[in-house]
Design a protein around this ligand. Structure first.
Ligand code: PGA
Ligand code: ZN
Length: 423
């Protein structure tokens, strides 16, 4: 089957910001569309998304954030290369590399390359009569990932109501994804009720759908979530545990980690000690970005003292980038990687990063961004790649629930097995 048409256009994400969509039409008349996500607490080593600020395309009504340059690159540079070619994800990605050999995809824009690469993935799966998950999955059953779900939000996603970005829960005791999600919804609702009872405004929800509440310390915020878990009748530790996304790059000034809302500053070595105490005093089984994106030595120091079963997850540190992952493997700086396709820019090279991580015994967590859309391909990738874990934000907002609902669909309609990487 061949490609007959490739069209890029601008759409809106869940924060009301422009993002890129690409639609690939095949010779059988079918059209396959994908929209790209976008971050707020972005790492500086991520692939480069093109925004129109300062260019002739800049649109004042979108405060310069429009993506018409990336769209033009799809329509004027990428489309002429792909039309009349066979539909095949690997060929499409190699054409995209040929057109823009830069490491960070800055010539075409990673938002342009990823939109095309994703729509090519969907079109290739269709040409083989498969879902995207089945296209990547070896055999039945499909392996449904363990969710890591946002309950409290702070940092760049919630007007810095807390210094750290997220307190999440992982329902490790659930037997099925369907059961896991019901537990999560119950904890989320209980946390909202408790927030209201404490006199806080709970109808302000953050970019990823988490509750934006304030606490006098990180410990108090953890205890609040623990109490929500207990109040719905679930066992902390046995059934549901905590995870943190510290997003520490956001409050590191090059010398100190500054927790502004609680008025404390820590040197890197003090912060390593603090994180060590926090993770041993709270039922935390996964901690993401506890140190800044280039503070490699704190990551290494913490790995040396952390219990082996604690998941130390690199997001801004690793940015779904093979070189940075290789460095973390060599230096023992982390034991898990967040996999965000738009940090990388291509589907095939994102998968290569995941494979390299797995080959080196890293856990892999496929992740959405704070700026999302109605697409559900992320759930297909996490399942088809047997990633083991998925992080999408909260259970509020259809851009989040599109992914959860896709996993529910797999469990309801296919032969599946629900993974627990924390066993
Ligand atoms: P972002 O946040 O999409 O704003 O980068 C998600 C995360 O930090 O994991
Ligand atoms: Zn993160």
């Amino acid at each position: 089957m061949k490609i007959s048409k490739v069209i890029g256009y601008q759409v809106l994400d869940s924060r009301g910001r422009p993002t890129v969509a690409a639609a690939i039409t095949l010779t059988d008349g079918s059209t396959h569309t994908a929209r790209v996500p976008s971050g707020a607490s972005t790492g500086k080593h991520e692939a480069k998304e093109l925004r129109d600020t300062g260019s002739k395309y800049s649109d004042k009504f979108y405060s310069g954030l429009s993506v018409q340059q990336a769209v033009a690159n799809i329509n004027e540079k990428i489309a002429p290369r792909l039309v009349e070619e066979q539909i095949d994800l690997n060929l499409v990605d190699s054409q995209l590399i040929d057109l823009d050999p830069s490491e960070d995809h800055s010539a075409l824009g990673a938002n342009a390359t990823l939109a095309v690469s994703l729509s090519a993935s969907l079109a290739t799966a269709h040409s083989q009569n498969k879902s995207l998950a089945r296209y990547f999955a070896a055999d039945a059953p499909l392996l449904i990932p363990m969710p890591m779900v946002n309950i409290l939000s702070g940092g760049a996603h919630a007007n810095r109501s807390m210094d750290i970005q997220d307190i999440l829960i992982i329902p490790t005791g659930a037997k099925t994804f369907t059961q896991a999600l019901s537990w999560i919804v119950a904890v989320r609702e209980m946390a909202a009720v408790m927030g209201k009872e404490s006199g806080q405004v709970t109808n302000l929800i953050a970019d990823e759908g988490g509750l934006s509440l304030t606490f006098s310390s990180i410990e108090k915020a953890c205890e609040f979530v623990v109490s929500a878990i207990e109040k719905v009748g679930l066992q902390v530790g046995n059934q549901v545990s905590l995870a943190l996304d510290v997003a520490a790059t956001q409050f590191y000034d090059g010398e100190k980690y500054n927790l502004a809302t609680i008025g404390k500053s820590y040197s890197p070595s003090e912060f390593v000690k603090y994180i060590s105490q926090l993770t041993s005093n709270q039922p935390i089984i996964s901690i993401e970005d506890p140190f800044a994106e280039d503070d490699w030595s704190s990551w290494q120091q913490f790995m040396e003292i952390a219990p082996a079963k604690l998941q130390l997850l690199g997001d801004d540190l690793l940015t779904t980038n093979l070189e940075r992952l290789d460095k973390a493997i060599a230096n023992k700086s982390a034991n898990a990687i967040l996999i965000k396709p738009n940090q990388n820019g291509l589907v095939t090279s994102t998968l290569n990063v995941l494979k390299q991580a797995r080959a080196n015994n890293f856990n892999t967590v496929v992740s959405a961004r704070s700026g999302e859309n109605e697409d559900s391909w992320l759930a297909d990738l996490a399942t088809g790649w047997s990633a083991g874990q998925i992080k999408v934000g909260s259970t509020h907002g259809s851009e989040r629930n599109a992914k959860w609902n896709r996993l529910l669909e797999f469990e309801a309609t296919e032969e599946t097995r629900f993974i627990n990487p924390f066993n």
